[in-house]
Design a protein. Sequence first.
Lengths: 87, 479
Amino acid sequence: MMKRAEVKETNNPCPVINTLECKACERCVLACPAKALSIGTELNERGYRYVVYAGSGCTGCGSCYYTCPEPNALEVHIPQTEKKEND
Amino acid sequence: MAGTTRVLGGHPGLYGEYSRKGGIAITATHYCAGCGHGILHKLIAEAMVALGVQDRCILLSPVGCAVFAYYYVDCGHVQAAHGRAQAVATGISRAEDGAIVLSYQGDGDLASIGLNETIQAANRGEKIAVFFVNNTVYGMTGGQMAPTTLIGEATITSPGGRDPVQSGFPIHMCELLDTLRAPVYIERVSLSDVPHIHRARHAVRRALEIQRDGKGYAFVEVLSPCPTALRMDALAMEQFINEKMEKEFPLKLFRDRSKDTEPIHRPRSDYSKDTLDRIFGCTEETLRAEAFEDTAFETKGIKIAGFGGQGVLSMGLALAQCAYDSRRYVSWYPDYGPEQRGGTSNCSVVISGSPIGSPVVDHPDVLVAFNRPSLVKFAPTVAKGGLIICDSLVGDYAVPEGIRAIAVPATEIATEMGVPQAINVVMLGALMEVGGLGLPGEAYSGALFEVFARRPELLSLNRKLLEKGAKAARESRTT
């Protein structure tokens, strides 16, 4: 049921945006310290515009995740290196 | 470890799909864009799971936008009537000692219609965590002024801005509850932006820890965005909370007494028959005197009426006691105004040989009238062939046809004996003598002991009054 955004294998942290749940409230856009998020121009199937990631800049700080009011709209994927074993 | 990915997301404690909500986006909430409820739901769910108490949690949904909190949070739920959440929470908490009860309420629910429940529950130190979502406005109903609306803030019912002369001032719930002794934890937090959310996350967790440990009342006020009703975008909303709301509602840890507080253990309520018998002084002897079926016994309805304070109700009680001691079925049913003295009062007593369906006596077999107004009021209702006993002070009165009437100088006798307040005992004596109720004379003396006085000198005085009443009734009948 939930349409999941594709997660590309990458070595960098990135937000994963599930477009169906996003309501374009812009809280994550304001919260992102890297200013890597913006509201796109396309509409999701419910008629909301939704947030898009610039493709680079994410530091994995999780701010967008914590401020997002929609529990299923946004995830942050943070690849773990051997040095940063903090999970 | 190389190759693995840490994922912030997916919310244990919230359902994956909101099947109760339904609709085309079963994975999205019903809340507006930018609403604070989703953020707070996430924090509560996260704390619930992190503390390992999900199975013990019962969330109270309020009336307001979060009325459907049970769509989302994966725990037990009860949806309470408007404002009543903390009263319901009290019941749940008391009935299920192991439950972790979370009351989730908005400013209309908690600070307006439910203000009393809030203060009383806090004052009792109920074992509940309260999450008070303050967004300064009634969101669900379309943006009306709330108790927490700021001075000068425009809403659809305060279009020129809240005017304190007309509408008073914003209510500060944390400060109000902080005057009470019982609450364990009181904090005001905000969901305006990420740093504030992290502080709120800590407070939510603290409130749940206090419940896990059974320590008492935890109150977390959450300044929360309502972009729809306040007609603001995300930036304006953030600034409004940080700059305007915080000025009126300062963020603060008002108290955290959890370290110095012992868990509350309330003993189970004991409603067993043994305990009740003990409380009501039922001894082996009195318990033996249970009523028995006796179809030969004629059911009687008695109405005793007078001014409040004349002992009308206690005379009824004495009669009821007398019937009970005689192992008859009996009911006593008082009817009185709000006055302890003055006003009118009456009571109905039914005495029967079989279980009594209704304690109401519409057509008494015997009316005992202590004064004229009672006589005038109830004499026409007396059953045909019935009896009226009244004080001789009532004066002339045309008794309805087919009814016997006896005047007893009860006031005079009681006054002569130096106990003017004991008119009712004299009347009871008259009733014993001429009432034809089929109860043995000893039972009346016994009732004096049970109902009026246990001190020997008073008991002997009451017995004299009873006998004088009986004698007066006897003489009145013969004249």
